[in-house]
Structure formats: structure tokens, C-alpha cells
Design a protein. Structure first.
Length: 365
């Protein structure tokens, strides 16, 4: 006897990707498509069922149209789907799952109650730990008592493992001891957007975060995967499968002179699949005005090849170098303005750098 299932979570359907400009609507749509890809993967890999460990939706107040579209994707699922409510789409009175728009069909079960669910045909007990509200400082798995009626036991919960960096105290905390003490075959967690731990490196952990199947923003270490879990009398196998369409990539540029723009151009040119890559370029250091201009030119030229390019220049100071001054007549109005601004030690350096930048652009034009 063996079973295999797909573990996913945090699709965050309805998420508005702020600050992504013209990409915003594509990024909203791709989250529904991510659900399709999860179900396609279930079909391709011959999974028996799919587990969604919370936050299928970004909130309980998302548009009816999006709820209907999601339900319609689930209607076409080739296998049963078991869903718990996360902190975003929590099981409270206003839950999206209690509304009339969400009709995914009988093969899809939203397990809002914390009670064992016996899957007889798979010889498996699920222990679903839906979030009853958006925040709680109580462990979501505290109620579980292992039932001995089936061969396999799988916990499905949404919250924060206390062994990691925690942003909030009331984030449905779960400790290592507690999770290990459950004595089950697998703990499927949701809430963290990156896969953790990585089953390729740590195949024998008690719990795993699948992470979101489609990245939700910059700074996610290992998002865009689902986990394929196989339980059998021989033991357990957990496989990480990448399924994402877009990737969010950080490029750090340390400005060291005129060559920095060429470095950036080389880096951007070497990236694969630019049309599905969102790039955040973090500029660091002190740039001369012409170095900054050269970087702007590179970005301008590359912009259309990429899905999106965002510039973070909060770590960069612009300061005119000799090559900047050399373009203007000594003693002329431009040179005098630069020198006057440079001397103003009383101004916040960031403000001074902005003023220099503007003055340079003004005189250059
Ligand atoms: Mn969450």
C-alpha cells in the first residue's frame, strides 16, 4: 500500500501585486493559472489527491468573479482536493468558503472544522487545522490526538514554526517538539512562501512548508514549487517540483565607477527567460553623475525585454566626479552650481545628491 499526494499552499489568489506597474494584472491572473499548474502536476505525477495548506485566497473579501474562476479550475481537478483555511482566508463567519460563489464540486473538500477526516480509499487520516481567525497565539495542532484506524496520518496546518524567524507572536505558532510529538507520517504546512526545509537536502524532517507555487514578490528564497509526497510501507519520499511561471530576481550592483553600467548590462544580457523575469536592481555605493546616467541608459534599453524592472537606489549616493565636471566649461553656470551644491555640508547628503542629480540633468539637457 502506498499513497502519493501533492502538497501546496499560499496561492494567495486575489493578491494585488503593488508596484509592479503594467504587470499587475498579469501577476493577478498567473495566480489562478498556478492552481491549474498544480492540478496538472497532480495528473502528470499520478497523485491520489492534492492538499492545499491554507491561503488559497489572499483574503475573504476578494472579488466574486475571482472566487468563481478559482472554483471552476477546481471543478476540473483530476483528483480530490483537500483545503484548509489559512490566516488570510480564515474560517470565520465571513469566510470565502462559506459564501455562495465557491462551488468547486464534491471532489473538493474545505475542511473548516478541526476534526480528523478519514480517507478510507487511501487508508489515510487527515488532521486539518484551519485557522478560525486571522491571528492566534495558540498552536493550531494542539487538538490533535492520533487516531489508529488508518495506515497513514497526515497533518495539514497553517502557521509559523517557532524554530525560524518569526515576524509576529500571534502567528499560529508550532514548536519542533510539538510537531515531532504528533507521531504522524507527514506534516504539511502553509504560511511561509518558500519551500522549507529543502527535501533534497533534508529528506527526513517531520514537517515541510511547500511554499507558494507562484512567487509573490522579491526576496523569496525558494518559492515556486510544490511538494510531491509518497508514503508507503518502505517509508516516505518528498520531492520538490518547480512549477512557477514568473521569477523575481534581485540583482545587486556595487557601483565602482564607469564600468558598473557595463557589468549590469552583461548581467542582464546573461539572464534566461527575461519575458517571465521580474528584476529588482539594487544600486549601492557612490556613483558619479555620468556613471548613474550610464546605468539609467542600460536599464532604459533593457526594460522592454523583461517582464518588469524595478530600481532600488535607496543605497546609492550620487556625487559628481571629475568626468562630470569636465563636460562643462570651468567657471560656467553649471560648474559653479555643482560646486556650490557640493559645498553645502549642512544639507542631508541624500538631499544634496538628489539636487546634484537634478542640476546635472538640467544642464545636460
Ligand atoms: Mn498565511
Amino acid at each position: 500500500m502506498s499513497i502519493r499526494f501533492i502538497h501546496t499552499a499560499d496561492l494567495q489568489i486575489g493578491m494585488t501585486a503593488s508596484g509592479s506597474g503594467t504587470m499587475a494584472s498579469a501577476l493577478r491572473d498567473v495566480r489562478v493559472q498556478a492552481l491549474e499548474r498544480v492540478l496538472d502536476t497532480a495528473r502528470e505525477r499520478e497523485a491520489d489527491f492534492v492538499i492545499i495548506a491554507g491561503d488559497l485566497f489572499e483574503g475573504n473579501d476578494i472579488s466574486r468573479e475571482l472566487v468563481r474562476r478559482t472554483a471552476s479550475v477546481l471543478q476540473h481537478s483530476p483528483v480530490p482536493v483537500y483545503i484548509i483555511a489559512g490566516n488570510h482566508d480564515h474560517a470565520g463567519a465571513e469566510s470565502v468558503y462559506r459564501g455562495n460563489e465557491f462551488n468547486p464540486g464534491n471532489h473538493v473538500e474545505v475542511l473548516l472544522e478541526r476534526a480528523p477526516r478519514l480517507l478510507e480509499s487511501f487508508d489515510t487520516t487527515l488532521y486539518p487545522c484551519s485557522c478560525p481567525e486571522s491571528r492566534s497565539d495558540v498552536s493550531p495542532v494542539a487538538w490533535i490526538r492520533k487516531d489508529t484506524a488508518t495506515r497513514f496520518h497526515v497533518v495539514v496546518a497553517h502557521g509559523s514554526w517557532t524554530g525560524g524567524p518569526r515576524l509576529q507572536e500571534n502567528d499560529y505558532p508550532m514548536s519542533t517538539d510539538e510537531l515531532e510529538g504528533l507521531g504522524v507520517d507527514y506534516v504539511a504546512l502553509g504560511h511561509w512562501h518558500s519551500t522549507f526545509p529543502d527535501p533534497d537536502q533534508r529528506p527526513h524532517e517531520t514537517f515541510y512548508y511547500s511554499g507558494t507555487p507562484e512567487p509573490t514578490g522579491f526576496g523569496e528564497r525558494d518559492s515556486g514549487n510544490v511538494l510531491l509526497v509518497e508514503l508507503s510501507s518502505d517509508g516516505r519520499k518528498v520531492e520538490k517540483i518547480p512549477v512557477s511561471r514568473y521569477r523575481f530576481l534581485d540583482i545587486d550592483v556595487k557601483i565602482t565607477g564607469e564600468a558598473s553600467a557595463a557589468d549590469l548590462a552583461r548581467k542582464l544580457a546573461s539572464l534566461e527567460s527575461p519575458d517571465t523575469t521580474l528584476v529588482r536592481i539594487r544600486l549601492q555605493g557612490v556613483a558619479s553623475l555620468s556613471a548613474q546616467e550610464a546605468i539609467d541608459e542600460v536599464i532604459e534599453k533593457e526594460q522592454s525585454r523583461f517582464a518588469f524592472i524595478r530600481i532600488d537606489d535607496s543605497g546609492m549616493l550620487v556625487s559628481p566626479g571629475e568626468e562630470d565636471f569636465a563636460q562643462f566649461a570651468p567657471g560656467g553656470i553649471a560648474s559653479v552650481t555643482f560646486r556650490l551644491l557640493e559645498k553645502r555640508e549642512d544639507i542631508d547628503p541624500r538631499l544634496r545628491s538628489r539636487a546634484l542629480d537634478l542640476a546635472y540633468r538640467f544642464f545636460k539637457a
